[in-house]
Ligand binder design. Sequence first.
Ligand SMILES: *[C@@H]1O[C@H](CO)[C@@H](O)[C@H](O)[C@H]1NC(C)=O
Ligand SMILES: *[C@@H]1O[C@H](CO)[C@@H](O)[C@H](O)[C@H]1NC(C)=O
Length: 427
Amino acid sequence: MKDPLLHIQMVIVSMAVICSSESITNLHPVILIPGSGGNQLEARLTSKYKPSSLLCNRWFSPRKDNEGWFRLWFDPSVLLGPFTKCFSERMMIYYDSDKDDYDNAPGVETRVPHFGSTQALRFLDPHLKYITTYMEPLVKSLEEIGYVDGINLFGAPYDFRYGLAAEGHPSHVASKFLTQLKNLIETASNSNEGKPIILLSHSLGGLFVLQLLIRNPISWRQKYIKHFIALSTPWGGTVEEMLTFASGNALGVPLVNPLLVREEQRSCSSNLWLMPSPQVFNTTKPLVITPNASYSANDIAQFLEDIGFPQGVKPYKSRILPLVEKLVAPEVPITCIIGTGVKTPETLLYGECGFDKRPEVVYDNGDGTVNMVSLLAVENAWANDKSQSLKVIKLPGVSHTSILKDDLALDLIIGEICSINSQFSSY
Ligand SMILES: *[C@@H]1O[C@H](CO)[C@@H](O)[C@H](O)[C@H]1NC(C)=O
Ligand SMILES: *[C@@H]1O[C@H](CO)[C@@H](O)[C@H](O)[C@H]1NC(C)=O
């Protein structure tokens, strides 16, 4: 019997040979686009800030620079109960239905440091490297084959609390990010003899990249994009997101009470974007079951109402549903690399005690966070599309985030980059 892992390893070995025979100066620039929570975020509190308690007063904020900026994400003080609440109220964003757009909490200014560099995505807190490592192992692997930060390797961090909205709806923060990313792509290409770019995203970053591509003309994509490598992309959302909205998600941090961060998590428009899409999930299959009702991907609006978040209904219906209506093929070559065979929430069973109580979770296949049907959604959607080149690589036993540090996964990602670099440009 053929061992699939052995086969993958042999492919990697042959790719490494191809890569080392390439001159370093021939590398196509790579831009990294992180997932939700995958880069640092800074905040500054102004006199308009109204803390809910003395503890959250702006004078008690963490280490600040002389202009008052401090790291909002990630700061380990969120792990301590009383400070979790301060963190949560500073992270909240608010939907203004007159403007049809989202804003920060009053008196909270935010900014994304180090745009253009990989610096803000390597670690979420540079003082706590070990526990907040994010893209560091991937960046290191890229450096080993000749990539250099700021020369042919770039990072596109963003304010991951804000998602995009369907055409015709403003989304000032996320739209500004798309413009910045577009400019970065053009600058990086121009400073590398006009070579087109390899975009390398993780998780939510992939949804932003797809939107960037389809919102720009095909001539632009052909000029500037060599390849799009999408790691662990939740193309059709996740069932886990319904758990986050209903009961909060402590993100695996044992000391955090999920109910303390639930309100903040519900407020983020990027989270609403990650609800299971009715285009991708089987709409006759219940994803959440309670003694009173059951909810499929077709019932997300009702679900938001019933969990006690009716504010989410209007933006969900008007801004998200039309955004996820169709997975448009961008017609640039794409490689999806995904983990599989990790138990992933598939159905949530709530009892009589309501949504504040953790549900019983039924698991199925996925990467631990994203369901199989969502990871494979573009393969299904573009199966008959001859103009879309798509390759899907599955990594058994690799989880949603371990794809960024697992040795075999990293070798495979680097192998893919080497192979792309050794292809003659088709443009
Ligand atoms: C969709 O889900 C229903 C209910 O679980 C199931 O009977 C049906 O076979 C599923 N359809 C597909 C295409 O998987
Ligand atoms: C079901 O309905 C009852 C009565 O309206 C309510 O108290 C309970 O919280 C509901 N349970 C869930 C899980 O929605």
